[in-house]
Design a protein around this ligand. Structure first.
Ligand code: KG4
Ligand code: ZN
Length: 354
C-alpha cells in the first residue's frame, strides 16, 4: 500500500511517499529557516505564505523521486494537528484537493504521534508489534511530552511541559548566546568545545511524582548567567552585558552546561516514568521530534536503554525534524483498517491529547 503524506505544521513544507508503513520511497522537505532567521523565531504569516508557494513544487518533486504516478497512490495523509493554524491549513487544503480530485481516501494524523513513528522508518527497525508497550518521549520545538504507547495509534499522554518546550529552550538559549536560528543544532555543536560542569544550571523535576516538565527556570538562569542580573524591569537596558562580551570558550561552557541540564531533566523523567509503570512492562524507549537529533540525548537514551534492558528506538537523523514520511508511515496503520476521514477534516492548533 502506497501512502502520500503532507506535512506543513510549522516551518517545513514536506511531502513523502511511504510503502506499507516501512519503506520511504520519497521524502522531500523544503525548510524555511532562512526566511525566519532575522526574527530569531518562526513568524506565522511568513510561514503560511511560504507553504502556499512551495507545496506544489515539493509535491511534484516527491512524485518524481518516488517514480510513482498519482494513480498508484492508495491514500492521502496529512498532519492536521497540532501546529500553527495558518501553516496547517495549507497542507490540509492541499491534501483534501488531492483526495477529492483523485478520489482517494483522506487520513488526518496527529503530528506528535507521527514523531513517535519516525524510528520505525529507519532502514532496519524492529516491527512495531515487537516493541510495544513502549515509553515514548516527544522532544520538539513546540512540545515536550511522555507517552505510554500500546500500538502506533494507541498512545496515552503521561505528562507534558507546563511552560517552554525543550526545543524552544535550546532556541532561546541560542538567541541569548547570539548563535542564530534554529538554535538546537548550534548549541549541540558548540557544546562539544565546552565544559558541561562550568555552570550548575537548575534541573527542574517539579513534584516528587510528576511526569511533567518545566524549562523556563533553566532558560532564565542561562539568561542571567550570560547577561548579568537585570537592573531594571521592562527596560531595553535592563541587563549589564550581552553575549558579545563572552569569549568563545565561555559561550561553549554555557552551551555545554545548559545542554547537560536540559538532557538530565529528560532522562530523569524517563527513569521516573519507568519506575511508575503499571502492568505489562515496557519493551522499548521511543524518542521523536527535532531534539532527538541532539547528540547528548541520543547518547544518554542509548545508555539508559542498555542499563534497563529496553530496546532504544531513535529516528534516523534525517527523520528527527519535521517531515512527511512519519505522517505517511503512521497513516498506513489507519489505512489497513480502512479508518478514513472525510473532506470535513479540520486543521487544529492543539494536539489530540491536549
Ligand atoms: O520537531 P521539530 O522539527 O519541529 C516541531 O515540531 O517543533 O523540532 C524543531 C526543534 C527546534 O527547536 C530545534 O532547535 C530543535 O528541534 N533541534 C535540536 C537539534 N536539532 C534540532 N535541539 C537540540 N539539538 C539538536 N541537534
Ligand atoms: Zn515536529
Amino acid at each position: 500500500m502506497l501512502i502520500l503524506g503532507v506535512e506543513s505544521s510549522c516551518d517545513e513544507t514536506a511531502v513523502a511517499l511511504v510503502e506499507d508503513g516501512r519503506r520511504v520511497r520519497a521524502n522531500v522537505i523544503a525548510s524555511q529557516h532562512e526566511l525566519h532567521e532575522e526574527y530569531a523565531g518562526v513568524v506565522p504569516e511568513i510561514a503560511s505564505r511560504a507553504h502556499a508557494q512551495r507545496i506544489l513544487p515539493v509535491l511534484r518533486r516527491a512524485l518524481d523521486d518516488s517514480g510513482a504516478k498519482l494513480a498508484d497512490i492508495d491514500a492521502i495523509a496529512v498532519g492536521h494537528r497540532p501546529g500553527l493554524i495558518g501553516s496547517l491549513l495549507v497542507g490540509v487544503a492541499a491534501a483534501k484537493a488531492l483526495a477529492w480530485s483523485l478520489d482517494k481516501p483522506l487520513i488526518g494524523i496527529d503530528h506528535l504521534h507521527a514523531h513517535l513513528y519516525a524510528p520505525f522508518l529507519a532502514p532496519d527497525p524492529p516491527a512495531p508489534d515487537d516493541t510495544h508497550p513502549a515509553l515514548g518521549l516527544v522532544v520538539s520545538g513546540g512540545h515536550t511530552a511522555l507517552y505510554r504507547i500500546d500500538a502506533p495509534l494507541d498512545v496515552t499522554r503521561l505528562g507534558a511541559t507546563i511552560d517552554d518546550a525543550v526545543g524552544e529552550a535550546f532556541d532561546k538559549v541560542a538567541a541569548i548566546l547570539e548563535l542564530g536560528h534554529p538554535g538546537g543544532p548550534r548549541i549541540d555543536t558548540l557544546a562539544t568545545d565546552g565544559d558541561d560542569h562550568a555552570h550548575d544550571f537548575p534541573v527542574s523535576l517539579l513534584d516528587k511524582d510528576s511526569l511533567d516538565f518545566s524549562f523556563s527556570g533553566l532558560k532564565t538562569s542561562v539568561l542571567y548567567t550570560v547577561r548579568g542580573n537585570p537592573t531594571a524591569r521592562h527596560s531595553k537596558n535592563a541587563f549589564r552585558r550581552t553575549a558579545a562580551e563572552l569569549s568563545e570558550k565561555e559561550k561553549a561552557d554555557v552551551a555545554a552546561s545548559f545542554q547537560r541540564a536540559a538532557v538530565t531533566a529528560l532522562t530523569k523523567k524517563i527513569t521516573r516514568a519507568l519506575d511508575q509503570w503499571q502492568t505489562d512492562p515496557p519493551r522499548a524507549l521511543i524518542v521523536g521530534g527535532g531534539v532527538s537529533a541532539n547528540s547528548l540525548l541520543r547518547h544518554e537514551a542509548a545508555d539508559l536503554c542498555r542499563r534497563t534492558g529496553l530496546a532504544c528506538l531513535l529516528p534516523p537523523m534525517d527523520l528527527c525534524l519535521d517531515n512527511a514520511a512519519m505522517i505517511a508511515g503512521l497513516a498506513h496503520h489507519r489505512a489497513t483498517s480502512r479508518d478514513f476521514d472525510d473532506l470535513s477534516l479540520e486543521a487544529a492548533p492543539a494536539g489530540i491529547d491536549a
